[in-house]
Design a protein around this ligand. Structure first.
Ligand code: P1T
Length: 380
């Protein structure tokens, strides 16, 4: 089936009991069993839930994988991936300007269990090759990166990881969604999302999901999901299922608005630099064109100083100042003090996450309204 058909139907068949076209929210902690060892495939809510299962089937179809497991947040999904792939003595490579929470998880938690991380500019394939060690078990790539919108060539990294025993390529696909980018088709082994963003879209739930290419990984991940227990709740799964149905049409709208606003921002005197893969002067514009079927709605721009950024962030009215992204509403944020505050200031400076950086998650409102809100906030 085509992507748009799968977005509506995969995993979301009418309920066999009642015919309900919306997958019911199975709000239950346990299931009545017919006898000892006899059940309908459902024993306990942490282990199996039909609403969660529907979402997992939907995402397996959309990412073209072998299986998926849904978690309580994007961070819980990432934690499960580290539990799947890493143990003491292993080495892992991670894209250097990832979401601050990802860095915090690897640096402050997983690192304490005897796993060593190298933070690498994965948009430079030579750097990835150089960082590989015989003990490297995971290459974690975020593309585009949050917030600097750097693109990593997934196929080229897969070429490297494929030749290494037991090394998996993991792609955080949160910024693109499976509509715009399909990492497994490009050779990645594992793809994950914070479903909190484009998949859920209405900014009313927190969740995460992991889809894997390999059947054994899928089984092991289900084991981890049950054993460690950071499951997605049935209501959240239902909200994400609802969001997914309109993912294709929304991503087209984010895309269109993103391109228009990125071009507008390049025309502003106050804006020193615009980071958007859809602009011809983006260093990896060609790669983005090849690897994705659209550039999405995430734009980062630099206005030179904290004061200039503060002025704009405090003057916007339609754009909502807040963390998160991928909602129908335009969200505006300040990475240095918000999403990336957990990265030490020196490291932020080295990465280019300056105090003048503003991140825009372009929603699907009328573009002219968002533009005029920004125009008022710039005040020039
Ligand atoms: O917030 P949570 O659902 O746990 O997802 C974490 C996460 C993982 N990966 C990426 C690329 C992300 O952007 C995030 C969360 N990001 C934000 C909250 C933000 O405003 O950037």
């Amino acid at each position: 089936m085509g992507f748009r058909t799968d977005a509506i139907h995969a995993g979301q068949a009418p309920d066999p009991t009642t015919g309900a076209v919306s997958v019911p929210i199975y709000q239950t902690s346990t299931y009545a069993q017919d006898g000892l060892g006899q059940n309908k495939g459902y024993e306990y809510g942490r282990t199996q839930n039909p609403t969660r299962l529907a979402l997992e089937k939907s995402m397996t179809a959309l990412e073209r994988g072998a299986g998926s497991s849904a978690f309580a947040s994007g961070m819980a999904a990432e934690t499960a991936v580290t539990q799947l792939l890493l143990k003491a003595g292993d080495h892992a490579i991670c894209t250097q300007n990832v979401y601050g929470g990802t860095f915090r998880l690897f640096d402050a938690i997983v690192g304490r269990y005897g796993v060593e991380f190298s933070y690498v500019d994965t948009s430079n394939i030579g750097h990835v090759r150089q960082a590989m060690r015989p003990t490297t078990r995971m290459v974690f790539v975020e593309t585009p990166t949050n917030p600097l919108m750097q693109i990593t060539d997934i196929e080229a990294v897969a070429e490297i990881t494929r030749n290494e025993a037991d090394c998996r390529l993991v792609v955080d696909n949160t910024f693109m969604s499976p509509y715009l980018q399909k990492p497994l088709a490009l050779g990645a082994d594992i793809v994950l999302h914070s479903t909190t963003k484009f998949l859920n879209v209405h900014s009313d739930s927190i969740g995460g999901i992991v889809t894997v290419a390999d059947e054994e990984d899928a089984e092991r991940l289900r084991f981890i999901q049950n054993a460690a227990g950071a499951i997605m709740a049935p209501f959240e799964a239902w909200l994400v299922l609802r969001g997914i149905k309109t993912l294709p049409v929304r991503m087209e709208a984010h895309n269109l608005n993103g391109r228009t606003l990125a071009r507008y921002l390049t025309s502003k005197k106050t804006v020193r630099r615009v980071y958007y893969p859809g602009l011809p002067d983006h260093p990896q514009h060609g790669l983005a064109k090849r690897q994705t079927s659209g550039f999405g709605g995430m734009i980062t721009f630099d206005v030179g100083s904290l004061e200039a950024a503060r002025r704009i962030l405090e003057r916007v009215e339609l754009c909502t100042l807040g963390e998160s992204l991928g909602g129908v509403e335009t969200l505006i944020s300040h990475p240095a003090t918000m999403t990336h505050a957990s990265i030490p200031p020196k490291e932020r400076e080295r990465l280019g996450i300056t105090d003048g950086l503003i991140r825009l998650s372009v929603g699907i409102e009328d573009t002219e309204d968002v533009m005029s809100d920004l125009e008022n906030a710039f005040g020039d």
